[in-house]
Design a binder for this molecule. Sequence first.
Ligand code: ACO
Length: 318
Amino acid sequence: MGLKILSTGRALPKTIISNHRLSAMMDTSDEWIVARTGIRCRHIVSGDEDLTSLAVTAAKAAIEKAALDVSDIDMIICATMSGDYVFPSLACCVAEALGALRPAFDINAACSGFVYALEVANQFISTGRAKNILIVCAEMMSRFCDWTDRSTCVLFGDGAAACVVGEGDAIKYLNLTADGHTRLLYQEAGSGNSPFCPKKEPGFLKMSGQDVFKFAVSKIGQEIDRALRTLGLSPDDIDLYILHQANKRIIDSARARLNQPEEKFPVNIDRYGNTSEATIPILLDELLEAGRIKKGTKLLISAFGAGMTTGTCVMIWE
Ligand code: ACO
């Protein structure tokens, strides 16, 4: 016995920043951002919002939709890189806010975090160590961005999504990778004020955009092929390809390669930008709400992120 997703929920910050707004702040334009990425606007944490409150809102929505009580949750796993505290984990902050005093921990697989979290949850549920697990993917990329660097800050957004997973047999394939390319996309932690090592300030997000682009196009292609081959499926057999929303051109390239219609590759990057590991569960929540995912829908989920990591999963919705 493995797992199935019982329910999902999402939460986005209230402030929406359009490309036009960014072009008033820096040397960029709506035309450039839309043509290169597909992004039109993004939600950004502002005022007294924080990541914990977004994560908790998404978590409460998912628990309510599962018709479960907080006491039914056996474990909380957060996929994040940007919790409000370095420690305790975001998962512990969510547990405190929900009053769900259960084992809680964060995992960091960058933008592949949702699929990594699914696999971790799968292991606990398969072995009977947990029955219902709350997964929360929450990211505040606006913390990491250098808002004076137009080549990166226009790409990202903040957001959270959660799902409750329980016993089931939805996952037909799941593969995780990490290839050791740690300098394509990174952020240095800095050295604090330790007197024992050279002073290193915490940095901002750094990215070799074109190398990440090439990695994503080729690796996502390979990982999708591997999933289809392993299951003996053709691209036509998949109902929906739910890909990490990093760049519409990366998604279009995967679609063209597989010769599939546009409606099988849903996108929301135009509205949210890249919210890292939250992109896929936010999209899942929207598709469920729109009735586009039903019992029997065959999904192929694939993500890539810093590391460079990937996570690919084929699921038949239960
Ligand atoms: N507005 C206007 N011009 C810009 C901007 C901007 N925001 N940013 C860069 N430019 C300029 C550059 O300075 C350059 O100008 P030049 O030709 O005068 O030197 C020109 O635009 C072209 O820049 P490139 O970097 O070559 O543009 P490219 O077509 O590669 O697009 C992009 C850049 C969008 C970042 C692309 O490389 C990309 O999407 N890469 C993948 C990024 C990605 O997927 N990140 C997510 C990683 S994983 C995760 O999700 C965390």
